[in-house]
Design a protein. Structure first.
Length: 334
């Protein structure tokens, strides 16, 4: 599961360890082709890094397409009867839910297309229209069914790819683990997806949103800062993970309807939801929809209670759109 972070944790490094006599514990490491950073206030000063690393490895064993022995890889490779675990079930069910809501614009069966464009675990292939058409016959979430602990495919060749949702889910798993240990004040970040609960001392957790700059500079500029209150946040964008070939730009966000990378004026989509899995999935879906369709979707689906911050291009000028309910928690830096 590989992604590029679009978020920067703001003002999380200088927290008084004397707040209510709690200790600040900071953990970081590598996982899922990226990095993670966790900060939490603890009564007993226990460092849970070993347990967290173990959880992340278990998630990889379930859903990493980069691990040949994982459950998802074995299913993709038709490696005999495979029983899925609870991690897989949770993500599969949420994927179907979001696919149904978005009329298939979010679809975890885009695996063959992701691989063909060179963004997956296999070698990049030629991009002729005929090849794209041949792969589209294996794309469609309705061709998969979960029965008990088995995934049933309508035809061989269908491949799953949870990369657009698994990191948000992983953040939820780690957050739930911390809460099970009685930790109420924390921020968990993995590959740019995160969840914050409680406060850091007497302050709210703050998160910076990157400017959508294609330059891979370590000196990354912020577009805005968002105060996060007991919510999860995920950002998807097409300006960092892409390549150019024959003068054409190819993004890692694939439109499952056309088989081609999504081409919209939306540069990045930040979604705030109650959990990371929901935020992550809809951030990707909105990048496929584009600005206008995403706004219409939010109007129709107010029951989802999603908050968004979009950065888009209008005739060469960057502009932003945010949910009305989110505006009081945003500080734009332009």
């Amino acid at each position: 599961m590989k992604k590029f972070p679009f978020l920067i944790l703001v003002s999380t490094l200088f927290i008084s360890c004397n707040s209510n006599k709690k200790s600040l514990i900071k953990i970081e490491g590598n996982a899922q082709g990226t990095t993670y950073h966790i900060s939490y206030l603890s009564d007993d000063a226990i460092n849970y890094k070993t347990a967290i690393d173990s959880l992340l490895k278990d998630i990889d064993k379930s859903m990493s397409t980069w691990l040949p022995s994982s459950i998802i890889s074995r299913i993709n490779n038709e490696d005999g009867p495979v029983l899925v675990d609870q991690y897989f079930i949770d993500v599969f069910n949420k994927s179907v839910e979001v696919s149904e809501k978005t009329d298939g614009l979010f679809d975890v069966t885009v695996g063959p297309l992701v691989n063909s464009y060179g963004f997956g675990a296999t070698e990049k292939k030629a991009l002729e229209r005929s090849r794209i058409d041949s792969l589209l016959q294996f794309v469609g979430y309705k061709m998969l069914k979960l029965e008990g602990k088995k995934i049933l495919k309508a035809k061989p060749g269908i491949k799953l790819d949870f990369n657009a949702i698994a990191q948000g889910y992983s953040v939820d798993v780690l957050s739930n683990f911390l809460e099970s240990k009685g930790i109420d004040n924390y921020i968990v970040e993995l590959g740019g997806e995160l969840k914050a609960n409680g406060k850091k001392g007497n302050e709210n957790w703050k998160v910076g949103i990157d400017k959508p700059d294609e330059k891979q500079s370590p000196e990354r500029e912020l577009e805005a800062v968002i105060i996060l209150n007991d919510k999860a946040l995920a950002t998807s964008g097409n300006y960092r993970k892409y390549y150019e070939e024959n003068g054409q730009k190819f993004s890692h966000i694939i439109n499952p309807k056309t088989g081609y990378p999504a081409k919209q004026n939306l540069l990045s989509a930040t979604v705030i939801a109650d959990d990371g899995i929901t935020a992550d999935a809809y951030a990707t879906a909105f990048m496929v929809m584009g600005l206008e369709r995403s706004i219409q979707f939010l109007e129709v689906n107010k029951d989802l209670e999603l908050e968004v911050y979009f950065i888009y291009d209008e005739h060469g000028i960057w502009k932003t759109y945010s949910s009305e309910s989110l505006k009081k928690w945003i500080k734009e830096l332009n």
